[in-house]
Design a protein around this ligand. Sequence first.
Ligand SMILES: C[S@@+](CC[C@H](N)C(=O)[O-])C[C@H]1O[C@@H](n2cnc3c(N)ncnc32)[C@H](O)[C@@H]1O
Length: 301
Amino acid sequence: MRHSNSGYQATLFKMPASEYVVNVASVPQRSPFRYPGGKTWLVPRVRQWLTSLDDRPTVLIEPFAGGGIVGLTAAFEELAEHVVLVELDKQVAAVWQTLLKGDADWLAERILSFDLTYDNVRSTLAQDDGGVRERAFRAILKNRTFHGGIMAPGANLIKYGENGKGLKSRWYAETLANRIIAIGKIRNRFTFICGDGIEVMREYARRKQAVFFIDPPYTAGGTKGKRAGTRLYAHHELDHERLFETAAKVAGDVLLTYDDTPDVRDLAARHSFEVECVAMKNTHHAKMMELLIGRSLSWLK
Ligand SMILES: C[S@@+](CC[C@H](N)C(=O)[O-])C[C@H]1O[C@@H](n2cnc3c(N)ncnc32)[C@H](O)[C@@H]1O
């Protein structure tokens, strides 16, 4: 029997997947990050996927969590009983650890009381101590004040920002604090693991009701690789063959999202996955295509 919450798909998706472009403004922005390669635009599709499953998943695993918008949406909207977020990057991990181990209010207060000046940002980011909570604060600060939200080595502080608003152009302290407090309130719906996403997938491989939303770093050309000179993520190398092998073997359902390249299509075909192009808008509002990959994508039609 289909589980509840399935109203989402009724009217939204009458157009072919490649033509319908999601209006990102219609998706609640719940992540404290503005994440490069973030999948807010894909949220309506993920709802459609999760509600098409026969039963509500007992657990949704996001093995490459980043800003975690899919896991957050699933938890807030109760599209899965539990959410497991996995992330290798220690800066990003510190934020999830802080939020989900009971220190969300502390982080919110730290953000609200910070005086955002260039000097304060530079001196705070130059520190390398204070434990997980302070590391989490520095991660949020960097994410909000660096170009494109990029926290990887080589990224730089914003000079002019949006409309010449400089540093403050992406620092909405109250909005951020509210998002963080809201996540803290439902923290028992999450497990966070700082580790390798593929290893965690293997741990859940036998569970039929465990489903996987997989958005790995992929830089072999295509949109995510085009940012000249700057890597989007500190951890950008991955054995994609191993990831596909693992995804093909897990008992539960999987949804992968990748740049549309011949290599990716080849990987998908070799592991007997279906592929479908979906439309998205990039940050400059240009329509772009992304490849969704799964065992059956009939729910997209
Ligand atoms: C494309 S981003 C995910 C974006 C995310 N879907 C969002 O909406 O914000 C890929 C993420 O995988 C992380 N990562 C890279 N290698 C990893 C690994 N082996 N295990 C877990 N996470 C990894 C990167 O640090 C990056 O945050």
